[in-house]
Write a protein that binds this ligand. Structure first.
Ligand code: SAM
Ligand code: SF4
Ligand code: SF4
Length: 339
């Protein structure tokens, strides 16, 4: 690890993880992320020239890795596989010296087409989102009637291509909490790590209520009653999921408890939107425009200073302050910031 280049924020948290959103578009309309009533046919999605180009993303990533201490890159969206030639971006990032890990979060629907090429380009891991094993529940959640089988085929294609696979399930009370146990059993059998994500108040359009959150404690208790679990240590500082293993097996699950058990004190992630805004928190109300300076004649050194200053001044810890500041805050939508 190159500690000389590491930047630290106001609370002494380093920057290690850069999440790059490559598009704000998606072929799903998940109710908790891009509700169809709001993200309809007239929604003003970004135009091509408003997106950061692959050249711009490569230049920025180099600066983040070589001069700010970033080690991990995660590609997200919108649905990242809707961005044309995405494998080309993976190939470029893979070549950057110092990138230790390249992962992607995807809804899985386009993986049968792209998994092999992504692996060949250097992608290591995919987190595939799936919230239910029942078509009637899943079709409603994804807002497009997409079948469970479509995503299962994506999961299989990713495994076959040699990508490490994790499954993400957002849990919302009354929506899919009845699916916690069936999903746990299914993915235990398949041997994939399933991660339960507490429904979060990202953005302002998803009608979030605290009552809709199924807290980590309950998820673990419910599974433990049927399939005993034991906690395991985090893989590294700043890992967002609390890990558990099924007793007597080597299959794990994780729970991402942004609401019931905040982990801001170790948060080392920055998020770059497809339009070139940098956010230092998932719940940020405003970002920092990086596209304009990138498209001006600033040198790499000047851009580095700009980015260092942003991280140095970071004071975000929204999940720890939610109950006080949460209610009326204007926040960036999940499909823009990328999760
Ligand atoms: N389209 C890709 C996908 O769905 O995996 C990548 C982008 S999506 C915004 C990233 C992750 O955020 C997904 O796992 C999704 O389920 C999760 N997510 C979206 N809205 C959420 C919310 N309100 N609370 C918790 N997780 C959410
Ligand atoms: Fe699309 Fe992912 Fe948001 Fe669902 S969670 S609407 S798949 S970006
Ligand atoms: Fe990081 Fe913000 Fe989430 Fe806290 S609320 S863990 S600072 S992204």
């Amino acid at each position: 690890m190159n500690t000389e280049t590491t930047v630290h924020d106001y609370f002494n948290r380093p920057l290690r993880d850069l999440r790059i959103s490559v598009t704000d578009r998606c072929n799903f309309r998940c109710t908790y992320c891009m509700p169809a009533e709001i993200f309809g046919p007239d929604y003003p999605f970004l135009k091509r020239d408003e997106l950061l180009s692959f050249e711009e993303l490569e230049r920025l990533t180099k600066i983040f890795v070589h001069s700010l201490g970033v080690q991990k890159i995660r590609i997200t969206g919108g649905e990242p596989l809707m961005r044309r030639d995405l494998t080309e971006l993976i190939r470029r990032i893979k070549k950057i010296h110092g990138v230790e890990d390249i992962a992607m979060t995807t809804n899985g629907s386009l993986l049968p087409k792209y998994a092999k090429g992504l692996k060949e380009a250097g992608l290591k891991r995919v987190s595939i989102s799936l919230d239910s094993l029942k078509d009637e529940i899943f079709g409603k959640i994804n807002g497009r009637g997409v079948s469970v089988q479509t995503v299962l085929e994506g999961i299989d294609a990713a495994s076959k291509a040699g990508l490490q696979v994790k499954i993400n399930m957002v849990v919302k009370k009354g929506m899919n909490d009845s699916e916690i146990i069936p999903m746990a059993k299914f993915f235990r059998e398949k041997g994939h790590i399933l991660r339960f994500i507490e429904f979060m108040d990202v953005g302002n359009t998803n009608q979030w209520k605290l009552d809709d959150v199924v807290p980590k404690k309950q998820i673990i208790e419910d599974i433990n009653k049927i399939m005993p679990l034991e906690p395991i240590d985090p893989n590294y500082t700043g890992e967002v999921a609390s890990r558990y293993r099924y007793v007597g097996s080597d299959v794990e699950i994780g729970v991402i408890s942004s609401v019931s058990d905040a982990f801001c004190s170790t948060c080392n992630r920055a998020r770059l939107s497809a339009s070139g805004m940098l956010y230092t928190c998932l719940f940020a109300s405003k970002g920092h425009d990086i596209k304009s300076p990138l498209r001006s004649d600033l040198t790499d050194e000047q851009l580095t200073t700009l980015l260092q200053d942003i991280w140095n001044g970071r004071k975000d810890r929204y999940s720890e302050e939610r109950s006080v500041v949460g209610k009326n805050r204007k926040k960036i939508e999940m499909s823009h910031i990328g999760g």
